[in-house]
Design a protein around this ligand. Structure first.
Ligand code: LAG
Ligand code: CA
Length: 512
């Protein structure tokens, strides 16, 4: 009740900050560019059994189809209409996926591209994923329909029509982002069309949205769209549930538009988290893991209840968007597992795990020449199914970070310690740190160039626990390392800096 009144006073709609996760699950996985049919299978065979709360899917709206370069991943950030056939599949397959994932308690969060349509130079014809006609020169998108009246060009005051200066909040909202035709969300007509699209998905059963490019939309316009949204489908969600909204706002500091301009509408992506965690784990700029003691608001991040956090995302893992070279990705697997392990062990924010495809990375002078490359595809441009190897990893250049044992087991760890505060923090003043989550779990990292050999107070009940990083509990034995906690909660930890993964995690469900 107290919180509710506070929320009213602050004008905050806390409802849209709630991801509506089921069965005590806590993490979202971004299955970047996966086909709907594969996601449906993955919900049933892997995500639900391993405690994943939800999936962020690639944009389901009809997009441009680009041939130069050949079928880049980013064509899906250039909508042609709100028809629901995309590179990931048909509307029927989308609907089937939403139903099947919901039926096993895995939520679907849709990447909604509503700031713009395709690029101004997108052309004319039917080079679109459902075959709808459009003419970018005339700003004509009859399949919505939008016409030239529905775009912002009159309002944009730059000579080029492009965003030229990020210190001018009017340009950032009313001019074109990388030439993309900018929708006029001041108009009720545009707001209605966008809300109609999102409501179709809500009625289908999705749990919420990752809203693309929010820095480029006025918070008031987003609020107007949000207020038009239906409640979630009561086949799977309690009545009066509002869709979860997490807004992509790249705020690394130094610009007049900040993440806090948007926290009244829903959660916001905390990009500082991704960039700073990379800096710390890489030990750049004199950073060390010991400083993570105050991780979260103490580092100037937004309030935990407003934040959506990630180690890397589909943009900054390939040098798009912003965040810089510190961002850690699957290309550096050893530190990637550690960074993801830290994120999932730490209580701050709603966590999103990245699941990528591999591409022919080719970095020249710090820039990846192949940052455009699309998902694993056949010569005709259609996306390949996700191949599952006998050892449960993925093939055909699907990376499936979420299936790496260390990451999957830390997703489970986060569920087991949900709502518990940080306890028993220890560090060596350098890059060896440890902390517990109440009396439910404990994790120890050794990111120094020397051995860790310490007895620590874990706060856990006495017993023998299986380390969930080097292995896990399998029946009545551990497939990896074993940790003995004495009756006072103390345990001895030995972590070589040469270990495959220099960290250990245990929780009450990994006790023998
Ligand atoms: C986002 N967040 O705010 C997405 O996370 C990001 O992936 C999107 O950019 C961006 N906003 C717009 O939705 C991506 C690529 C861009 C690409 C754009 C449109 O990062 O590189 O632009 O999608 O496909 C590409 C070209 C541009 C060109 C533009 C229009 O790179 O040079 O001007 O297309 O033709
Ligand atoms: Ca805009």
């Amino acid at each position: 009740m107290g919180i509710f009144i506070l929320a009213l006073v602050l004008g905050v709609s806390l409802a849209q900050h709630d991801p509506h996760m089921k069965h005590g699950r806590t993490s979202i996985v971004h299955l970047f560019e996966w086909r709907w049919a594969d996601i449906a299978d993955e919900c049933e065979r892997y995500l639900a059994p391993n405690g994943f709360a939800g999936v962020q899917i690639s944009p389901p709206s009809e997009s441009i189809v680009l041939q130069n370069p050949w079928r880049p991943w980013y064509e899906r950030y250039q909508p042609i209409s709100y028809n629901l056939c995309s590179r990931s599949g048909t509307e029927k397959e989308l609907r089937d996926m939403v139903t099947r994932c919901n039926n096993v308690g895995v939520n679907i969060y849709v990447d909604a591209v509503i700031n713009h349509m395709c690029g101004a130079g997108g052309g004319e014809g039917k080079h679109s994923s459902c075959g709808s006609y459009f003419n970018s020169h005339k700003k004509d998108f009859p399949a919505v329909p939008y016409s030239s009246w529905d775009f912002n060009d009159g309002k944009c005051k730059t000579n080029s029509g492009e965003i030229e200066n990020y210190h001018d909040i009017f340009q950032v909202r009313d001019c074109r982002l990388v030439s993309l035709l900018d929708l006029n969300l001041q108009k009720d007509y545009v707001r209605d069309k966008v809300a109609e699209y999102m409501n179709t998905l809500i009625d289908m059963g999705v749990a919420g949205f990752r809203v693309d490019a929010c820095k480029h939309m006025w918070p008031g316009d987003l609020q107007a769209v949000s207020s038009r949204l239906h409640n979630l489908n009561t086949s799977w969600f309690p009545s009066n549930s509002k869709p979860f909204i997490y807004q992509e706002v790249i705020d690394l500091g130094g610009e007049p538009i900040t993440a806090s301009d948007y926290t009244g509408i829903g959660r916001v992506t905390e990009f500082k988290y991704s960039s700073k965690l990379g800096t710390v784990i890489r030990k750049w700029n004199g950073e060390k893991m010991a400083y993570l003691r105050t991780w979260g608001e103490g580092w100037g991040f937004m309030t935990s209840g407003n934040a959506l956090v990630f180690v890397d995302n589909h943009d900054n893992q390939r040098g798009h968007g912003a965040g810089g070279s510190s961002v850690i990705t699957f290309w550096d697997p050893r530190i990637y597992k550690m960074a993801t392990g830290f994120m999932l062990a730490h209580p701050y924010g709603v966590t999103r795990v990245m699941s990528s495809f591999r591409w022919n990375r080719h970095i020249v002078d710090g820039k990846d020449q192949n940052d455009w490359m699309g998902p694993p595809s056949y010569p005709d441009g259609s996306t390949k199914p996700v191949l599952i190897n006998p050892d449960t990893t993925c093939g055909d250049n699907w990376v499936c970070e979420h299936r790496w044992r260390q990451i999957r087991n830390m997703v489970i760890f986060r569920n087991v310690v949900n709502n518990q505060p940080i306890s028993h923090w220890w560090d060596n003043g350098s890059n060896q740190v440890a902390f517990g989550r109440g009396n439910r779990g404990f994790i120890v990292f050794n990111n120094d160039d020397r051995h860790l050999d310490m007895t620590l107070n874990t706060g856990l009940p006495g017993g023998t626990y299986c380390d969930i990083i080097s292995g896990q509990k399998e029946g009545s034995r551990c497939s990896g390392k074993q940790v003995t906690v004495d009756s006072d909660g103390r345990a001895h930890f030995n972590i070589s800096n040469m270990d495959e993964d220099p960290f250990i995690a245990i929780h009450v469900d990994s006790k023998l």
